[in-house]
Every structure is written in C-alpha cells, then in structure tokens.
Design a binder for this molecule. Structure first.
Ligand SMILES: NC(=O)c1ccc[n+]([C@@H]2O[C@H](COP(=O)([O-])OP(=O)(O)OC[C@H]3O[C@@H](n4cnc5c(N)ncnc54)[C@H](OP(=O)(O)O)[C@@H]3O)[C@@H](O)[C@H]2O)c1
Length: 372
C-alpha cells in the first residue's frame, strides 16, 4: 500500500477542520481495501462531532472488513464526548492501521495503538509524521505544556523594514501573502497586537477570505499597558470578541469604557519594564484553551515577545522592496541581543515564493524557548 500517498490525502482531509476544531486536533482518515481502493474518507469537524475514523468507517460500511485504516493521529482509546475510536475500528473488521503520529494527549499517548495491537491488528506508525506534527503543533504544545504555540508573523521589505518613517505599512506584502495570513488567522485561536498597531492601523483582525467562511474568527487581543487606546475603531466592533490585556497602570475610567464598548478586560502582571507580562498573558490564554496564537503587532511587541521567550515560530513575508530610513522600524525593535553570539537561533523550516514576495518560516530551537 502507498502509505505516504494515503497519509498525504488524509492530511488534506484533516485540514478541512482548520479554524473550527479547537481545542481538538485536526484529524483525517481513510479506509483502504487490500486492492488499494479508498472506500471511506473522514475528517474531524469539531468538538462533539464524530472523530475522523468514525466518519470514514461509516462511509466504508462493510467494505471496511479486511481493510486498512490510514489516520493522521493515533485513534483515541478513551471515552470523551464520543466513544473510543479504537473500539469502532476493531468492530469494523479492519485488520491494519497506518498512523502518522502518536497522540501527544497524555490520555491517549500510545494506549490506542496498544489496544489495537492487543486486538490483533497490524499497526504501523510514522509515515508523514513531520507534516502531521506540524499540523497539530498548537494542540501538542497546549496538551503537553498548557501553553499556546506562538507564531510571530511580520511583513518586511528586503531591507528589513516593517513600516515607512511616516508609520504607514499598508501594504508591504502582496495579495497572495495577505491571503496566506488569513489562513494563519483561521489556524489561530487568538491574534495579538500592541497598542501601537491599534492606534496606527485600526485593524479588524477578522477572517474575511470567503474560502474560510466556515472558520471562526480568532479572539482579538489588544495589549495596552496603560490605557492608550480609546474604545473606538474596528477592534470594538461585533465581528469577533476582543480581550484587552492591561496592567494596574490603566485608570479605572478607561477600564470601564473598554468594558462598556463590549470588550473583556484582563488586568495582567507587569513585566519589569512596566508593560504587560507577555509570558503571564500566554499562561492565561493557555488556561482558557487558546492553543494557537498569532502575534500580528509591530516591532515593539514582537521584540517584547522574543525577549520574554514566548515565541515558537516566525513567519516572515519579505517583499522585494527597499524603504530605508534610519528611523523606520525593522522586524524587531527594543534593546536587542549583544554581542552577536547572543542572537536567538532559529531553525529554517521553509522559504518559498508567494506571489511577488518570499515566505520564510523558521522555528525557535526548542532549547532556546523561554531561555531569555
Ligand atoms: N509590517 C508588519 O508586519 C507590521 C505589523 C504590525 C504593525 N506594523 C506597523 O508597526 C507600527 C506600529 O508599531 P508598534 O511597534 O508601535 O506596534 P506594536 O508593537 O503592535 O505595539 C507596541 C506597543 O505595545 C504595548 N505593549 C504592551 N505590552 C508590551 C510588551 N510586553 N512588550 C512590548 N510592547 C508592549 C506598548 O505600549 P504600552 O506601553 O502603551 O502598552 C508598545 O508601545 C505601525 O506603523 C504599523 O503599521 C507593521
């Protein structure tokens, strides 16, 4: 059986859950006969709905007998909102299973495979593991550490600038990159900006791509330490919920204005510099089941997040433009790391053209997380 090709298809199915399965993982499944025919496909559509395996088995019916189940994630072996998938697979007469990855959830973590092997099924684990782990990186971070996975997204010119000297930054990147950002927003449970971006750009931070209408707009998080942002503008519309993370420095009057405008207000601990502690904010977001965070602010909050060690991944859209200007902000501001050997090391994940621009994805090396 072409395990890799089938896993590839199962991953495509899993991605159909983008933007509406959280806090569950995205999962896809196929039922493949010994002759290689795909007789059932399934994907998880969200909390409380059937798991991918159950949907694929229902489509396959009797043809599942003697077939192979191909899944992107280990089948569950516990009773959650739906029954255990392991029992459904055994009852169907499936004789083998190919899974991309074990489930990092401590409630499963290998026990699904054990149960299937004990019932006599042949179990193979590993094909497509890297792509499957990437798809559910936020789920894994949250289920193992109780914290969200944080992706810092920026658009810069080829000379590293993120805005012109007059503060304008729309648009540095092209339509294709902006449409890709919509997919990142659909992946995210929360999108964060700092007060500087709220004041400069009045962003809506919602999902507008018609291809993503099934996905939920993420929670919008404004980080404003002292109440600089008035309760006006798109962040205060009803298109998506807004949380304002602030500190005790904000006057009561402003807190009440924000609440009256429909926002939730969270008074956070302050970092030593008096600004909102981003590590504290991430911990709060993790507790309310936020798994994927997209940091979409400017270079000030980007540096704050890097300096506090809360970033997992960077997505940078680089436009073939030159802006110049010693005072024009670059990807990160702040005091920076020095000497050069103190630079935060990332591992390059990918670099590919996107429209007229280049999309670069890199991950903070695991050993460096939280090290600063
Ligand atoms: N090219 C891009 O990808 C991109 C993306 C977004 C924005 N921009 C541009 O960037 C410019 C705005 O830049 P900006 O740097 O002022 O925006 P920002 O980084 O979104 O907001 C900065 C503000 O966030 C607040 N903040 C709260 N807690 C913080 C913390 N722990 N660390 C750091 N900051 C914290 C601070 O204000 P308080 O002290 O008042 O809390 C700070 O001044 C605009 O011109 C905008 O168009 C570009």
């Amino acid at each position: 059986m072409e395990a890799k090709a089938h896993i590839h298809r199962a991953l495509q199915l899993a991605e159909r859950g983008l933007g509406h399965v959280s806090p569950n993982p995205m999962v896809g499944a196929l039922i493949v006969t010994p002759a290689g025919d795909v007789v059932g496909e399934g994907w998880h559509e969200g909390p409380g709905t059937p798991h991918a395996e159950v949907m694929a088995l229902a489509a396959a019916g009797d043809r599942a007998r003697g077939a192979t189940a191909v899944v992107t994630l280990e089948p569950c072996n516990h009773i959650g909102r739906t029954g255990p998938c392991t029992e459904a697979l055994i009852a169907s007469g499936i004789t083998s299973l190919v899974a991309a990855t074990p489930d990092p959830n401590p409630l499963v973590n290998g026990s699904g495979f054990d149960r299937l092997r004990a019932a006599g099924l042949d179990v193979q684990v590993g094909p497509g593991a890297e792509a499957a782990k990437h798809l559910n990186r936020a789920f894994e971070r949250h289920v193992t550490a109780g914290l969200p996975w944080v992706t810092l997204k920026m658009a810069s010119t080829l000379d590293g600038k993120t805005a012109a000297t007059d503060g304008t930054s729309r648009w540095i990147s092209g339509a294709e990159a902006r449409s890709d950002v919509q997919r990142l927003r659909a992946w995210a449970d929360a999108v964060i900006i700092g007060s500087g971006t709220a004041l400069a750009d009045d962003p809506s931070l919602t999902l507008r791509d018609p291809a993503l209408t099934h996905a939920l707009s993420p929670l919008r998080v404004l980080v404003d330490s002292s109440g600089r942002v008035p309760p006006r503008g798109r962040l205060f519309d009803t298109a998506a919920p807004t949380l304002i993370a602030t500190t005790e420095r904000t006057p009561d009057r402003r807190l009440r204005e924000w609440e009256a405008a429909g926002s939730e207000v969270l008074v956070c601990d302050a970092a030593p510099n008096g600004r909102v502690s981003l590590a504290g904010l991430m911990s709060h977001l993790g507790k309310r089941d936020v798994q994927g965070v997209l940091l979409e602010g400017g270079s000030t909050i980007a540096w704050g997040a890097v300096a506090e060690g809360v970033i997992d991944e960077v997505v940078l859209y680089v436009a073939p433009k030159l802006l110049g200007g010693a005072d024009a902000p670059s990807v990160l501001s702040g005091q920076g790391f020095a000497p050069i050997g103190q630079a935060l090391q990332l591992d390059l994940t990918s670099a590919e053209p996107i429209g007229p621009d280049l999309k670069v994805v890199a991950r903070v090396h695991r050993d460096h997380r939280g090290a600063r």
